[in-house]
Design a binder for this molecule. Structure first.
Ligand SMILES: [Zn+2]
Ligand SMILES: [Zn+2]
Length: 127
């Protein structure tokens, strides 16, 4: 992230996402940032998260269980969501062939995609 064009608040929010590394919700980001920067308000954190995702500084990922999650990683990757513990785990892999298959069917011209995988993570499975 280019520090120069960002405010201190935005830098703190980005660092929080990176350090938490759990695809945190706005609530979790706020709880983390406020410990280091007690004067920050919840509204500021929420507003900046929106602004930063619109600017492409971070990734907004789908709403699961009513909360929107954010990701500091901006490189292409997909997500797995555990139906038991609600953990969101990064999935690496090249799924571009799915796009070409759909494209070959002649219905759409696809230029981007998001895939969510749902199931049970290994920790929950071994319980
Ligand atoms: Zn799990
Ligand atoms: Zn991710």
């Amino acid at each position: 992230m280019d520090c120069k064009r960002h405010t201190i608040q935005q830098q703190l929010i980005f660092n929080a996402l990176e350090e938490l590394n759990i695809h945190a919700t706005a609530e979790q980001v706020f709880d983390y940032v406020v410990q280091r920067y007690p004067s920050i308000s919840k509204a500021t954190v929420y507003r900046n998260l929106n602004h930063m995702s619109e600017a492409g500084d971070l990734l907004k990922i789908g709403s699961f269980c009513g909360s929107t999650h954010y990701d500091h990683r901006r490189d292409k990757h997909q997500h797995f969501i555990c139906k038991d513990c609600n953990r969101i785990i990064d999935v690496e892999g090249d799924f571009i062939h799915i796009c070409s298959e759909i494209k070959d069917a002649g219905k759409f011209d696809i230029n981007n995609f998001e895939i969510y995988f749902f199931g049970q993570c290994m920790d929950c499975k071994s319980k």
